[in-house]
Design a binder for this molecule. Structure first.
Ligand SMILES: [Zn+2]
Ligand SMILES: [Zn+2]
Length: 276
């Protein structure tokens, strides 16, 4: 099969009720792929950020399951799944940090292509509200209503995920503050969090670039760089170090590999012989 033919009429299915097509469609259109939406399925049943339904398995499991489900429900060969995770940064945990994952699934060849993006460019926060005096500052920090706010925890009487504007929010808070301070948090669902939507769009650009890269052997989309092998030579003694010595690219479908040896020597600080 010609590599060019593989790119024709790609129509991956995407499960979403949260408007994620806005983040994915432009990057995919750039490589000639058209998204097909599946909105008949409630992805919240697979897990919610607020914890009414805990997510089963890892972030990768969840995104891959959504991509496969998109294929099953649409009857299409290709599916895309999206899954985000949010928390503290990986070093001190003191700054908000987001990780977005997109997984493409080819149900005919049964292989996946995944791209990750992570960073502090996220709108992920929570507050304890004691009285309405501090509400204006909270609303400023929360960028509400451009970004959504969730009040309370699942199961609490005050729990509410879809307050549309300040008037509705204020009335809801007034009714529940009498019972004690309230927890408010940013809504991480994509359609209520434009900052998250922008990060998914950047992840989509990365996925599109990867899908536009065809395997030199089998012609399937997704040929890309994988982890390098260690062994760059030491500048002083020439022994292999733990620094990258071989860059590698692999096809996720047929596993064909290409590699390039890096011959430039590296500082003896990385050498176990010169610097044990
Ligand atoms: Zn050395
Ligand atoms: Zn291949």
């Amino acid at each position: 099969m010609e590599a060019g033919d593989m790119m024709l009429d790609r129509k991956p299915a995407l499960l979403t009720r949260h408007g994620k097509q806005a983040a994915l469609a432009p990057a995919l259109a750039d490589i000639g792929w058209r998204l097909s939406l599946v909105d008949s399925f409630d992805t919240d049943s697979l897990g919610t950020f607020t914890g009414e339904t805990p997510r089963a398995g890892s972030q990768r499991d969840a995104a891959l399951a959504k991509a496969k489900l998109a294929c099953e429900l649409s009857g299409l060969r290709h599916g895309i799944g999206s899954e985000g995770s949010f928390g503290g940064d990986p070093w001190l945990g003191s700054c908000a940090w987001a990780t977005e994952l997109l997984v493409y699934w080819d149900a005919a060849r049964e292989y996946a292509v995944e791209t990750w993006i992570s960073g502090p460019e996220t709108h992920y926060r929570h507050w304890m509200l004691h009285d309405l005096d501090s509400l204006p500052e909270l609303l400023r920090q929360a960028d509400f209503p451009a970004h959504g706010l969730i009040v309370g925890r699942p199961g609490e009487p005050a729990f509410h995920k879809s307050l549309p504007d300040e008037r509705a929010l204020r009335m809801h808070l007034e009714a529940h503050l009498a019972a004690g301070p309230l927890r408010l948090e940013t809504d991480m669902r994509a359609h209520r969090n434009p900052t998250r939507m922008a990060m998914i769009a950047r992840c989509a650009e990365k996925l599109a670039a990867r899908l536009a890269s065809l395997c030199p052997d089998c012609g399937m989309p997704g040929f890309g760089e994988i982890a390098p092998l260690a062994g760059a030579p030491c500048l002083d003694c020439g022994a292999p170090t733990r620094q990258p010595g071989v860059r590698r690219w692999q096809c996720p479908c047929c596993l064909a590999m290409r590699q390039e040896t890096l011959s430039a020597p590296v500082s003896p600080q990385y050498c176990d012989i010169c610097n044990p």
